[in-house]
Design a binder for this molecule. Structure first.
Ligand code: ADP
Ligand code: NA
Length: 330
């Protein structure tokens, strides 16, 4: 029997992934390779639902792929590919759009939030149908599992509903995907505002650790992270969110438990904790940056690797789409 299949994607909307992306999502992508057949994609179709610059998108798509490889995504394991290179995503999305209620799509809270920010006149129809494209991403590969954070639960529920609806109307076609709740991902907070999530769009420069940034600069950001006026190094997310965030990052990067770290820093000060964590961070990012640089030094080879990934993905995607087309009467 084959391993359960997992699908996940990440948008190429920044020059670098940040520590939250890694510790909250990408580290789990790498882990899942031990138990699952993994289909991972850089979702550039999703990235044009908002205004974008074409050259920057092309560059960020490559950089995203290079970072995934550098972090340990194995292209031979299942497939690592760029979404737009597998045209079946857009093709299946259209069929699924025709199975989605307008009101149903309108209830997606992420769309409502984003549209409220941009204004409904400016928000694109693509932003509205984004969750349906996401359903196509998943259903195309007959994925058994999808890693989801809180913010993606509603979208996965839509994918499940669409799979079931299609199966009921046209005959069994899609695997109904389950949420994979990672045991060991961490939510990372802004270093300057430790009650807000670290985010490429919302964090200030000093609140955000980018994996590809100069390690010395990142170390400095750790050393100037906001803590509190106390002295004790204990894990107390309510009372000491800044210290708790540093302990979370430290534990995730070093593999040491939080309890072990609390014991090790008993009687020491925040400065000691920050100094050591800064070193741990430098040790982690330095080889990652080097690997990214070497992938980006040979763009032709990287592109070839991604072309191969798209070919592997299409082996499954074309079969699913052929069944879908046949079922709907094409
Ligand atoms: P951002 O929030 O910076 O815009 P994305 O929305 O592109 O990042 O998120 C990509 C992935 O990284 C998602 O799986 C998301 O849950 C995860 N992620 C983003 N920020 C964090 C964070 N601060 N802590 C943990 N996981 C995060
Ligand atoms: Na986001």
């Amino acid at each position: 029997p084959r391993r359960p299949r997992v699908l996940s994607g990440i948008q190429p909307t920044a020059d670098s992934f940040h520590l939250g992306n890694y510790l909250g999502a990408l580290r789990e992508w790498v882990r899942l390779q031990r138990t699952h057949e993994t289909y991972y994609c850089v979702v550039d179709l999703h990235a044009i639902t908002v205004e974008h610059d074409p050259e920057l998108l092309r560059e960020r798509t490559r950089r995203s792929a290079a970072q995934l490889l550098a972090l340990g995504v194995d292209p031979e394991h299942g497939a690592l590919f760029v979404q737009s290179q597998v045209p079946e995503h857009a093709q299946l999305s259209w069929v699924l759009e025709c199975q989605t209620g307008f009101g149903e799509a309108g209830r997606m809270t992420q769309f409502k939030d984003k549209a409220a920010k941009q204004g409904t006149e400016r928000a694109s129809v693509g932003l509205f149908t984004y969750p349906v494209l996401q359903a196509a991403d998943i259903l195309l590969y007959q994925a058994d599992a999808v890693p989801v954070g809180e913010d993606q639960r509603q979208h996965l529920e839509l994918s499940r509903n669409l799979a079931q609806r299609f199966n009921n109307r046209f005959g069994r076609t899609f695997t109904v995907p389950e949420a994979h709740i990672p045991q060991d991902t961490a939510k990372i907070y802004d270093l300057q505002e430790p009650t807000a999530k670290m985010s490429k769009s919302a964090s200030s420069v000093n609140g955000l650790i980018e994996l590809l940034d100069d390690p010395k600069r990142s170390a400095k950001k750790i050393r100037s992270a906001v803590t509190d006026t106390g002295r004790e190094i204990v894990y107390d997310p309510e009372g000491k969110p800044g210290v708790a965030n540093l302990l979370t990052i430290y534990s995730a990067l070093s593999g040491r438990s939080v309890a072990d770290l609390e014991a090790a820093y008993a009687g020491k000060g925040y400065g000691d904790l920050k100094k050591d964590l800064a070193e741990v961070l430098i040790e982690f990012v330095t080889p990652v940056r080097e690997r990214v640089r070497s992938y980006l030094d040979d763009v032709a080879e990287l592109d070839k690797l991604l072309t191969r990934g798209a070919e592997r993905a299409r082996e499954i995607a074309t079969a699913t789409l052929a069944t879908v087309y046949e079922r709907v009467g094409f």
